[in-house]
Structures are given as structure tokens and as C-alpha cells.
Design a protein. Structure first.
Lengths: 354, 383, 278
């Protein structure tokens, strides 16, 4: 890991502090907030997977919510049809992993073929949750259709232990993600994101890697959904919808894409704020989100984490210290300045300043 | 120096608090301000507001004023989860009184059980929802369906029926009861078709209906928007068969305009009920809301009566202790616009039902009335 | 049988009107405007306002178009202009824009579902069937939209500039075409069309702040499949819309809603340029 021993030590220390906070927090926090945070932790896990796909691999994916939803419904359907018990819990877990893996592999095969464009991959990722939700609607009483599934018996943990479980789970996912992304695999993914063609010339099978990443992130998202439903004991079509998928993207964008931490910050802030504000100021809250999204895309591509980093470092522009970080520096700090420069040869854009 | 001043003023303020008004009893109202139910939700909120205002004007309940906390449940399960969580755990309400879709109610019940909060459900629904914390003062299919089907069978000589519904617990529950009843009296159900709650394009179903040759239609969509879109599209397609709508209320019928003429409804409340209690109620609503008044209807009047039922239960129980209030709700009765109502049949209430036909001006003409219809065995005790 | 055919044709007409605005924006600017749903909603509410004011339908439709056009022009100038090189980011920013517009509408009108009376009610006897008159009017409306815009593109100076920009923007700029003005005009027209379609569909269902969303996905898929040509869009609407109606009628209305999305994804996989001529 870049930075050597002190950096590694501070990373471990941070993780331990976070874990400690999670274990101690339920005693201090108000019940309602604990409730909200548990849900937010599971959503944050899904948001991390979106960050990996989008921030690190460069695929704008609306579809992670579909995998989340598969986890939710796998648990709900198994517990509704067969009741609650040890073998049912394992069956539901197995179903989650199996179905998400298959759907992800299929989606990956459809989206990442040699010659596909990022736009097409986004389109397919858009279609997947829509198809899933319609399948849920057409499932009659098996999937509960518009009502969703409720009233099934689920794990009997008390609120505080759910908090610890979800919080530690989130930390675990985040730690694994950070370690992987800072390793050579992370560099490989960044290379794929920045220049797919060159990777292919170097002999790397980009399609297969993308499909593998999609499948792995889908498994994690599915498990997050499994946990979410296990806690809430409710499965609703909204949990798998394209709107939820877009929500995840907004969380990552606002928090800061390509940083993992940004995904967590974005997910937790939005979930908590929306729970508290949507009762009192529902319209204004959503309006703020919309404006924030536009502002982030136009002016602050690195989101909250980026703003925080900039403040911490002061506004001196030299970015050599970021050489070991995987995000490419934004356009304006390249050594040469280019205004709009494009070369087009009858419809084929060979270089564009993007 | 400054901090001592601060401390002193805080202490004075704290001492003053008990001398101010007694702390209010909070009533949580999770209701569909957005989504399918948003057409009827404003009328429900108005009923609750009038009841609270009237009770507070007479001194509140055991000296404490009532306060309303309204939350949007999005007319669905996911929104209900959030709304119930906020009301029970954040706002810490003493009771929930509201009208919701079955999806929202079913999602909220586990949370109600966790919070041990009494929940008076004021919406008609498909029946058989049971929880020690749930009381229902609106009708169930056993009370509502037979009048319409019997009327179609005898007066309209309908033998074959086409059923259309919204695909969720209420739509399916109502229509399965209806199908069983139709078959019991010797009729035939030609087809049953469903769209998701938020679906608004009924075209393929209407085409199927026209091709099926059925004698009558019976529909059970979510209350509000789906009713309107279905009726508009049915009329636009020229369908004029006898049309029984199990889920429409007077308010929604008014917003359908001319398209609603001729629809048959079976309800526990119509504005035309000729009793002093109803007339007083309507006058009070008119006075409070003026031109903003949303027509009181079968989904909103039970809300008004439920607030009074809760008041009576709290007075009987001597306080807001949940277990005592839950027991008292079974024993108290309310004399309201719909007459005397007591939720003593396995947490459900016997009701007087009215069979009516919607007129061109949006009002409902009562054809027949059925006093004191029993809700049947909704929540039989586990033996 | 004839009912199914009529259902298919009228549905295709509806889809065409809704997607045409998105197509025009995509064709000229190569970005996908996810705020299209919000502009559609603007049109729906414009129709609501018009109906409440008692305006005749002939005035309501242009009112909706203008409302949408103004919103579009403002959006282009403030936001979209900066995103031409970043199509994926444009999707996100326009989605944010859609949220903002939706919330402003909710603040102004409330979030409940509202209704507008159809200007033409009842049925028409058509080839031995009684069919909804308003739906048949949709077909006429779609044809008018297609004719007017093809006319604009081929018959006016702005249309000529637009076609030049579509073909080769650099070259067009070199020849003195003000491509920034073309883009502004195109986005405004595309948004105006979205609003117009919103006003047209409200009598069939209802008006609420999220009414545009279900149509957005179908419109998006149809535009992708049509690859940029108005004629190809008409063909895709007929083919895919027809399939949707057939599946809805003979299989399940819920699965019918999926048909367009799935078929479009498959078509794009097989032929990335869609139905457009290469």
C-alpha cells in the first residue's frame, strides 16, 4: 500500500476507531436515529458497489439497485413461503448469492462485449431494475406485487445488535474495497476506465474483467439487500427500482466518486437527512438534492470528499502528492492548457478534450 | 458571569414549564399525501383536523389538548415504513389514526407492534388483518359486496361478471371475496384482470372487457387515482355496462365529473344521510374549511369518528396507557355522522351500509340501506 | 382484432409524440436529456392551468409548448451548455435538473394527483367498431408533429443550419453557422415538444409531479434504437409500440410495459446504430 508503514498504521488505527464507535454508539444514540442508521449502513454498502463500478471502472450503472432488490426479495420470499428457521436462512442466503451472480453475469455479458460503449452499458444497467420491478409486479401473491411482502418472521436481534452488525459489516466492506482499490487491481480498473483501447492492446481482456467486477459487486449489493430486508422485515418493489438506483448514484456523486469513503459519506448523509427533513420540509429537501447534484456535476466533480480534501490541503494547486492516488487530476491542472480542441476525420473523433 | 446568567434563565424557564399548558396527546396520521391515495388524503386530514379542533375547544381529553402529526406514507409499503418509523420513534405519538392503502397498513403493522402503539385503521379494506394493536371502524367485504352483487343479479339480470382491480392485497382480496360470492349466488366470473397500483394505462384490459361479452363490471382499484383513470378510460371507450365500483368514494366520484354517472357504490357513508348528527357534522366542516372543503366521504368520515373513539377510550382508561386504551377501544362507542359505532366484533365494527348510484352532479342517490351489517369473523381467536 | 391494431397504432402515435422531443435533442447535441420527463410534466401542469382558466384546447396546446420551450431554453443556457463533451455526466446533470423542476412544480401545485377533462370525449364509429375518439386524435397529432418538424428541418434556414450541425459541427461553424444558437433553439424546441406531449396525454390519465417518469424510459429506449432519424423513430414506435400492445393484450399488461425496454436493449446489442440507415 502506498505511503509505507506510517500510512498503514494510521489506516488500521482509523478502522479500529470506527469499529469502536459503531460498537459503542447505540448506547448514546436515540432509537429513531439508530433505526435510520441501520438502514443507511446497508444502503451505504450498495453505494460502495456503485462507486466501484462508476468511480473506479467508469461504468455509470443504474442497476446496482436491482441486485439489492434481489437480496431483499430472496429473503422475503423464502421466509414468506417456508417460514423462518436455520435452513431457510441459509437457503435465502444461497438464493441471494446465486441469483445475483447469474443476473450480473448475464447483464455483464450483454453490456461488456468488445466494441460496446459506456453509454450502452449504462442503458443495459438502466433496463435491468426496470425489468426486475415489472417481474415483481407480475408475480401476484408470490412476490406481493404492488404491496410487497410483509409480516414474515425474520431474525430476532435487538436494535443495538443490529446496529453493530450492520455497522461492522459496512466497515468490513469498506476496508476490503479500499485495500483492493489501492492495490494493483485498483490500478488495473483505473486503467480500464481511462483507456480501454490501450488495455486491450496490452492483451488485457477488458470485457471479462468488467464482467467479473460487476458480478462481485452484485454479490455485495445482494448481501446488503439481504441484510436490509432481514432488519426491516419488509420487501417493497421500491427497493429494487431504477429510482433507488439513481439515488445510489446521487449518493456517490455528492459524496465523491472514486473514493469509497465518499460513497459512505454520501449514503449516510442523504439517508439520515432525508429521514429527518422529509417529514418537515419534503419538497425543499428534494430540491436541495437536485441542485446539489447539478452543482456537483458542473463544478465539484469530486463531491464532498473532494471539497474536504481541498480545504485540508489549502488551495495550492500542485498535485504531485496525488500521484499515488488513482483518480486522474482534473483537467485544469494538466501541464498544458487546451481550449476546445477536437480532431474529426469525417465523423470519427480521434481526440477530444474530455 | 455570562454562563451563570444563562444557567439562571434556564432554571427559571424550566420552572415555568409545568405552569404552562399540559403536554398534548399526539395523534399520528400516516396518510397517502402522494401517490395513489393523494386524491383522498386531503379529505382525511380535514376530518382529523375538525375532530381535534372540536375536542380541544371543549377542553381536550382529560385536560390535555390533542395534537396532530401528519406524515406522508407515499400510498405504499416503502413510504409507510418511513412514515411509521418517524411517527412512532421520532415524534413518539400516543396513537395512530388513519386511512391507508393495504400495502402501507401491512408494512406499518410490524412497526406498530414494535412500538406497542394503538392503531385505529379508518379505511375500508379487504378484511382479515389482525393485530392486538389494530382496530378498524370501516367496512370489510362481508358488509360491502353483497348489496351490489345482489342488486346486479336481481335488477340488472347480470349473469356474467368481469372483475378489474389493482394488483395488491386490497384489490386481490376484495375481488376474491367478490368472485366467491358471485359464484355462490349462481353467477359466473368471465375474467379477472389487474394492473399495479400505480398503473394508469387500462387500454388492453378494456379491450379484453369489450371482447368478453360480460354483463357487468365490478372493480376494486386503490382508492383515488386508479379509480379515476380507469373510469375515464372506460367511458372514453364507450363502455356503459352496469358498473359496480367497490373502492370509490363520493369525493373521488366528484372529481371524475360526468364520467362517474351511473356507477353503483356500496358505502357506510354518503353525504345524503339524513340524521341530525350528519347535518351538524357537514355544517361544521363547511364552516371550518369553506371553499377548500373536500367532500366528506366513506374514507374520511371514519377518521373523524375514530378520533372521538380514541377520546372516549382514553377517558374510560383514565389515561394514555397503551394496554388500558387498547382494552377500552373495544368497549366505547361513538355517535357520529354514521350513527352509533362500536368496534366490538373482533376489533371490527357492525355498520349500516347504503347502496347508491352516482348522479350526474356527483352526488349519490341511495337506493337501498342495510342497517347494522355484521362484519363476520375477521379475527377469530386462536383456539 | 381490429381493436388491437387500433390500440397499437394509437399507442405508437403517443410514443412518437413523446419521444420526438428527446430525439431532436439527441440528434443535434448527442446528449440524452433525462429532464425530458420533467418537461413533459411541465406540459401536463400547463394543461391543468389552462383547463382551470377555462381556456379552449386550441390555446392550451401552444401554451404548453411555449412553457416547455422557455424551461428548455433556460436549462440549456445555464446547465446543459457546459456538458456537451460529457454525455454520461449530462445524463446525471439533467436528471438533477428533472428533480429540481419536479420539486418546483410540487411546491407550486401540491403533490396530489389531479385530473383534466378530455376536450373530446366519447367514441367514434370506425370500421364497425366504437373506438375512443381522443386516442384516434393522437394519431392525427403525431402525423402533424412529424410533418411540421420535417418541414421545419428541410424548409427553413434554421432547419438547414440544424442539419449542418448534425452532420458536422466543426465544418458548419467554419462556414459561419452559429452552432451555439442552433443548440439553444434545438433544446428549446425539444423541451417544448415534451411539454406538448405532456399536455396531450393528461386527459387520458392524470397529472402528478411524477407523471413523466414512466414515459422517460420508453422514450429513451426508442430514441436509442432509432439512432437519430425521425423516420426511424416512427418505425421504432410502430414496431416496438405494437409489440408492447400485443404483449399487454395477449399475455399480461404488466409484462407489456417491459417489452419496449427489453426489445430495444436487444436491438441495440445486435445493431448498435439501431434502425437508422448507416
Amino acid at each position: 500500500m502506498a505511503g509505507g508503514f506510517p500510512a498503514r498504521l494510521s489506516f488500521v488505527a482509523l478502522v479500529l476507531v470506527a469499529a469502536g464507535l459503531v460498537v459503542a454508539a447505540p448506547s448514546f444514540l436515540d432509537t429513531y436515529l439508530v433505526n435510520i442508521l441501520i438502514r443507511a449502513f446497508f444502503v451505504a454498502m450498495a453505494a460502495i458497489t456503485v462507486d466501484i463500478m462508476w468511480g473506479y471502472c467508469g461504468t455509470l450503472t443504474f442497476g446496482q439497485s436491482a441486485f439489492f432488490g434481489i437480496g431483499v426479495y430472496a429473503l422475503a420470499i423464502v421466509f414468506t413461503e417456508y417460514g423462518f428457521g436455520t435452513w431457510q436462512a441459509f437457503a435465502a442466503l444461497g438464493a441471494t448469492l446465486a441469483v445475483t451472480a447469474v443476473v450480473a453475469a448475464l447483464t455483464g455479458w450483454l453490456s461488456f462485449y468488445p466494441g460496446s460503449t459506456p453509454l450502452y452499458a449504462s442503458i443495459v444497467s438502466l433496463v435491468v431494475p426496470i425489468v426486475l420491478v415489472q417481474i415483481l409486479y407480475s408475480g401476484g401473491t408470490f412476490t406481493g406485487s404492488s404491496s410487497g411482502l410483509v409480516g414474515f418472521e425474520s431474525f430476532d436481534l435487538d436494535l443495538e445488535n443490529w446496529f453493530r452488525l450492520a455497522g461492522l459489516g459496512l466497515i468490513a466492506v469498506a476496508v476490503v474495497a479500499l485495500i483492493v482499490m489501492r492495490s494493483d487491481t485498483g490500478r488495473l480498473l483505473a486503467a480500464l476506465r481511462d483507456n480501454d483501447a490501450r488495455c486491450t492492446y496490452l492483451g488485457i481482456d477488458t470485457s471479462r474483467i468488467r464482467i467479473a467486477v460487476l458480478t462481485l459487486t452484485a454479490l455485495v449489493a445482494g448481501l446488503a439487500g439481504f441484510g436490509y430486508a432481514a432488519f426491516g422485515a419488509i420487501a417493497a418493489p421500491e427497493n429494487a427500482s431504477f429510482t433507488f438506483g439513481t439515488r445510489l448514484i446521487i449518493m456517490v456523486a455528492l459524496g465523491g466518486r472514486g473514493t469509497i469513503v465518499g460513497a459512505i459519506v454520501g449514503a449516510l448523509s442523504i439517508e439520515v437527512a432525508s429521514a429527518y427533513l422529509s417529514g418537515s420540509f419534503p419538497y425543499v429537501w428534494e430540491l436541495i438534492i437536485g441542485v446539489a447534484l447539478i452543482a456537483v456535476i458542473l463544478a465539484f466533480p469530486d463531491g464532498l470528499v473532494g471539497v474536504f480534501r481541498k480545504l485540508r490541503r489549502g488551495l495550492t494547486g500542485f498535485r504531485a502528492a496525488e500521484a499515488t492516488h488513482l483518480r486522474p487530476p482534473p483537467l485544469r491542472s494538466w501541464p498544458t492548457r487546451t481550449a476546445t480542441w477536437r480532431s474529426r476525420f469525417t465523423g470519427l473523433a480521434s481526440i477530444s478534450a474530455a | 458571569m455570562r454562563s451563570r446568567l444563562l444557567l439562571t434563565s434556564l432554571a427559571v424557564a424550566a420552572a415555568m414549564v409545568p405552569a404552562m399548558a399540559a403536554d398534548p396527546i399526539r395523534i399520528g396520521v400516516p396518510v397517502g399525501l402522494s401517490g395513489a391515495n393523494s386524491v383522498v388524503a386531503p379529505s382525511v386530514v380535514q376530518s382529523a383536523e375538525l375532530a381535534v379542533e372540536e375536542i380541544n375547544a371543549k377542553g381536550g381529553v382529560l385536560g390535555r389538548p390533542l395534537a396532530l402529526d401528519v406524515a406522508d406514507d407515499g400510498s405504499g409499503a416503502a413510504g409507510a415504513q418511513k412514515a411509521f418509523d418517524a411517527l412512532i420513534f421520532q415524534k413518539k405519538v400516543n396513537v395512530l389514526i388513519s386511512m391507508e392503502t393495504s400495502a402501507a397498513r401491512n408494512a406499518g403493522l410490524p412497526i406498530v407492534a414494535r412500538g406497542k402503539t394503538p392503531f385505529i385503521y379508518t379505511s375500508f379494506y379487504e378484511g382479515k388483518s389482525c393485530s392486538p394493536y389494530l382496530y378498524v371502524n370501516a367496512w370489510v367485504p362481508e358488509q360491502q359486496v353483497p348489496p351490489i352483487v345482489d342488486y346486479f343479479n336481481k335488477e340488472k339480470k347480470a349473469k356474467s361478471y368481469f372483475l378489474i382491480g389493482s394488483d395488491y392485497a386490497f384489490g386481490r382480496g376484495m375481488l376474491s371475496f367478490t368472485k366467491a360470492y358471485i359464484q355462490k349466488i349462481g353467477g359466473k366470473v368471465v375474467d379477472e384482470q389487474y394492473l399495479p397500483m400505480d398503473g394508469s394505462d387500462w387500454t388492453p384490459i378494456i379491450s379484453k372487457l369489450k371482447a368478453s361479452g360480460a354483463d357487468a363490471i365490478i372493480t376494486s382499484t386503490a382508492g383515488g387515482a386508479p379509480n379515476v383513470t380507469l373510469t375515464k378510460q372506460l367511458r372514453a371507450a364507450g363502455v356503459s355496462l352496469p358498473y359496480g365500483n367497490l373502492a370509490v368514494d363520493e369525493g373521488t366520484a366528484k372529481s371524475m365529473g360526468a364520467d362517474a354517472t351511473g356507477i353503483f357504490i356500496s358505502a357506510s357513508y354518503v353525504t345524503g344521510i339524513d340524521t341530525p348528527a350528519n347535518k351538524t357534522f357537514l355544517a361544521a366542516m363547511s364552516k371550518k374549511f369553506g371553499s377548500d372543503l373536500k367532500t366528506p366521504n366513506d374514507l374520511s368520515v371514519p377518521e373523524y369518528e375514530a378520533v372521538y373513539a380514541y377520546k372516549a377510550a382514553v377517558e374510560k382508561a383514565g389515561g394514555t396507557d397503551q394496554a388500558k386504551v387498547l382494552k377500552a377501544l373495544d368497549e366505547v362507542s361513538v355517535d357520529g355522522p354514521r350513527g352509533k359505532i362500536q368496534m366490538n366484533k373482533q376489533h371490527h365494527a357492525p355498520l349500516t351500509m347504503y347502496l347508491g348510484e352516482v348522479q350526474a352532479d356527483g352526488g349519490v342517490k341511495v337506493i337501498q340501506s342495510f342497517p347494522n351489517v355484521d362484519p363476520g369473523a375477521q379475527c377469530p381467536p386462536k383456539s | 382484432m381490429l381493436t388491437v391494431v387500433l390500440d397499437a397504432v394509437t399507442t405508437a402515435a403517443l410514443l412518437f409524440i413523446i419521444s420526438s422531443g428527446l430525439l431532436i435533442v439527441f440528434g443535434v447535441m448527442k446528449i440524452i436529456n433525462f429532464a425530458h420527463a420533467a418537461f413533459l410534466t411541465v406540459g401536463g401542469y400547463a394543461a391543468l392551468v389552462g383547463a382551470q382558466l377555462g381556456l379552449p384546447w386550441v390555446l392550451v396546446l401552444p401554451l404548453a409548448f411555449i412553457a416547455g420551450g422557455i424551461c428548455g431554453a433556460l436549462s440549456e443556457a445555464i446547465i446543459v451548455r457546459r456538458l456537451y463533451q460529457r454525455p454520461l455526466d449530462a445524463i446525471l446533470a439533467t436528471w438533477g435538473l428533472g428533480i429540481v423542476i419536479g420539486q418546483l412544480i410540487t411546491l407550486a401545485f401540491g403533490r396530489e394527483v389531479q385530473f383534466v377533462q378530455a376536450p373530446i370525449t366519447g367514441t367514434v364509429a370506425f370500421a364497425g367498431l366504437d373506438y375512443s375518439a381522443y386516442r384516434l386524435v393522437m394519431v392525427a397529432a403525431a402525423v402533424i408533429v412529424a410533418v411540421v418538424f420535417t418541414g421545419l428541418l428541410s424548409g427553413t434556414r434554421l432547419g438547414l443550419s440544424t442539419r449542418a450541425v448534425i452532420m458536422n459541427e466543426m465544418l458548419a461553424q467554419g462556414l459561419g453557422v452559429n452552432s451555439a444558437r442552433v443548440r439553444l433553439a434545438t433544446f428549446a424546441v425539444g423541451s417544448g415538444l415534451a411539454a406538448l406531449s405532456g399536455a396531450l396525454i393528461t386527459p387520458l390519465s392524470s397529472v402528478d409531479p411524477n407523471m413523466g417518469l414512466p414515459w422517460l424510459i420508453s422514450a429513451f429506449m426508442l430514441v436509442m434504437v432509432s439512432g437519430g432519424s425521425l423516420l426511424a423513430l416512427a418505425v421504432s414506435c410502430l414496431v416496438l409500440g405494437g409489440c408492447q400492445v400485443i404483449v399487454s393484450t395477449f399475455v399480461n399488461p404488466i409484462l407489456g410495459g417491459l417489452t419496449i425496454a427489453i426489445l430495444a436493449a436487444v436491438v441495440l446489442r445486435v445493431r448498435p446504430k439501431g434502425f437508422a440507415r448507416a
